[in-house]
Design a binder for this molecule. Structure first.
Ligand code: NDP
Ligand code: OXD
Length: 314
């Protein structure tokens, strides 16, 4: 198979989601054959795998693979499997997903800032509890992870009047808000944040980051929004923080096990809001173009856009 051939098989594997994608991909790339069933393709014909949670070992059997395109922003489940050596992995950076995520974070920050969970509790008790409205500038939103999604959230929160701080792995030059980096600056970040938003990738360094030690340095009465991954948070530590008043409320969109099991204690906890990993989603209208472009780049032997750094893990 030559390096610039715009043909071959594209395997699209994302069971139960992204239903319209194979059709859209086929329309955009008519010289390729888009397949959705691994069982029906010759692995040696597959030049691009467009995947979300592929079965273990599937990708290593494809000897002519030039691109692994993940159908999402987070790639941890792919990286936990064995991958074919030298094949670039790209993740999605979808402007539509970014906007939806920013809306979700803004909506819950406003709700927490205006103490909507307390007002709802008061209503259920028929209590006329007056909570004075305060300006958003009095609430500091701390964003763990100021990459594509975190920095978009920072912008929209700042325009809504919130004060914002961030935390990242590398030092940011001039992000437009105070931004801390590295473990040594995490304590200062926690001292400032009234609402903590998790928008980190899941890596060895970030798994279980939010544990008892983390909560020990959090402002008393802070709130948490987790839109990163469930494994960022140690569940017992979260429940303890809520039950002892360290946290006043948690909004959780992601969980260690998804769907969240029917009898999980999070469902009925009075200080937890559960959403079904629907804070945002990828859509062909805003994400197809970069997948098509990446397949063309791969055929030309060029690196894809939004390539994942396999060493770093995101
Ligand atoms: P990016 O890669 O653009 O940003 C990741 C950010 O996390 C960067 O600022 C990075 O720092 C920071 N980071 C990574 N490791 C560390 C660390 N060890 N210590 C401190 N900071 C760290 O990712 P996105 O913004 O696109 O996405 C973030 C995550 O959001 C995804 O990985 C996914 O898990 C989750 N997600 C959830 C969705 C949902 O529906 N709930 C939808 C989409 C994504 P630096 O800037 O220095 O590299
Ligand atoms: C994710 C996504 O990474 O939906 O959760 O993109």
């Amino acid at each position: 198979m030559s390096g610039t051939e715009q043909s071959g098989t594209i395997l699209f594997h994302s069971p139960g989601s992204h239903e319209s994608w194979p059709r859209e991909l086929q329309k955009a790339l008519p010289s390729y054959n888009v397949h959705t069933s691994f069982a029906e393709v010759d692995p040696d014909d597959v030049v691009a795998a467009v995947v979300w949670n592929p079965p273990s070992g599937m990708l290593t059997s494809m000897r002519n693979l030039r691109l692994i395109q993940v159908m999402g922003a987070g790639v941890e489940s792919l990286l936990s499997d064995q991958l074919p050596l030298g094949v670039p992995v790209a993740r999605l950076v979808d402007p539509g997903l970014t906007v939806r995520m920013s809306e979700y974070v803004l909506m819950h920050c406003l709700s927490l800032h205006r103490q909507v969970p307390d007002l709802q509790r008061a209503q259920r008790a028929h209590d006329w509890t007056y909570i004075a409205p305060a300006p958003p500038s009095e609430t500091c939103v701390g964003i763990l992870g100021v990459g594509v999604l975190g920095s978009s959230c920072a912008r929209i929160l700042s325009s809504a009047g919130f004060s914002v701080v961030g935390w990242s792995r590398s030092k940011k030059t001039d992000p437009g808000f105070p931004c801390y980096s590295g473990r040594h600056e995490l304590e200062e970040f926690k001292r400032r944040a009234d609402i903590i938003v998790i928008l980190l990738p899941l890596t060895d360094e970030t798994e279980n980051l939010v544990d008892d030690d983390f909560f020990a340095g959090v402002k008393r009465g802070a709130a948490l929004i987790n839109v990163g991954r469930g494994k960022h948070v140690v569940e017992d530590a979260l429940i303890n923080a809520l039950d002892t008043g360290v946290l006043r409320h948690a909004v959780l969109d992601v969980f260690r096990t998804e769907p969240l099991p029917k009898y999980h204690s999070f469902w009925d906890h009075p200080k937890i809001t559960v959403t079904p990993h629907n804070s945002s989603a990828t859509h062909p209208a805003t994400a197809l173009e970069q997948v098509v472009e990446n397949i063309k780049l791969a055929a030309a032997g060029l690196p894809p856009k939004n390539q994942v750094d396999l060493e770093r893990g995101y």
